[in-house]
Design a protein around this ligand. Structure first.
Ligand code: SAM
Length: 237
């Protein structure tokens, strides 16, 4: 499938580079493990925790085995998911630069495939679809989830991790605009969207981890590395 989005990709990769989020092949391979000296070490500690929670969850469901990792980026999570009983995992993205890196770094893993494509045209079905740190790049979350439900096998599940949900999306949008202006990529604001849990209300969803529960807020006060993001499961038909 050839659905690269060159205008998005160009600005996205430049932004990620400015943020220090473009990694060398040797850094990608062991992710989420990274040197404690790396500027995003703390962020990767959070990602390590959330990916381990997800992997443990999926590992327990032995009758499920195919996974789509949508917006797979450099493929680190696709790789981690593929370690579960050698499940077949497809990493799909629109960003050729990181797809090529993923295919290069994890080329010794025959159960992984990395494809460029338009999710709204994908006709394959999966047991799990993972949206890790990716919903912000879709402007209509309801439309995305509705489409993805058609890509699920019976009893399949969509998991959203490592993504914020906002109570005040207008304020969050303004904050993003300020951030992208400051970092020198104002045009990125049009690619970055802000969703509230309200967008999921017509779906059969459950919150598997709520960072804003009183207990988790309390715990995070003492241990800031605890997950700041929701973990949401949307069940298929
Ligand atoms: C912040 S990165 C997350 C990468 C990876 N999932 C992770 O957890 O590290 C967001 C990714 O979503 C991809 N993306 C943006 N729009 C997309 C689309 N329409 N279809 C597929 N991927 C998309 C970007 O190219 C990027 O690789």
């Amino acid at each position: 499938m050839d659905e690269s989005k060159p205008d998005f990709e160009d600005i996205y990769i430049k932004l990620r580079s400015a943020e220090g989020r473009v990694y060398s092949d040797s850094e990608v391979k062991p992710l989420p493990d990274i040197s404690p000296n790396h500027k995003h070490y703390k962020e990767w500690q959070v990602r390590k925790k959330s990916s381990e929670m997800l992997v443990d969850y999926i590992r327990q469901k032995e009758n499920h085995k195919s996974i789509l990792d949508l917006g797979s980026g450099n493929g680190w999570l696709t790789h981690k998911l593929g370690e579960i009983n050698q499940f077949e995992v497809i990493g799909m993205d629109v960003n050729i630069t990181e797809l090529e890196q993923a295919a290069r770094v994890f080329n010794d893993k025959p159960n992984l495939a990395f494809v460029c494509g338009d999710i709204f045209k994908l006709e394959l079905k999966f047991d799990y679809i993972i949206l890790a740190s990716v919903i912000a790049y879709f402007n209509d979350l309801k439309k995305l989830i509705s489409a993805l439900l058609n890509n699920l096998n019976s009893g399949g599940e969509i998991h959203i991790i490592d993504s914020p949900f906002y109570n005040d999306t207008a304020k969050a949008k303004r904050n993003s605009e300020i951030y992208y202006n400051q970092i020198g990529f104002p045009e990125m604001a049009k690619h970055y969207n802000h969703h509230s849990l309200d967008a999921l209300k017509e779906f059969n969803y459950s919150i598997l981890y709520n960072p804003n529960s009183a207990l988790n807020k309390f715990k995070r006060f003492f241990k800031p590395s605890l997950l700041p993001f929701y973990w949401v499961r949307v069940e298929g038909f």
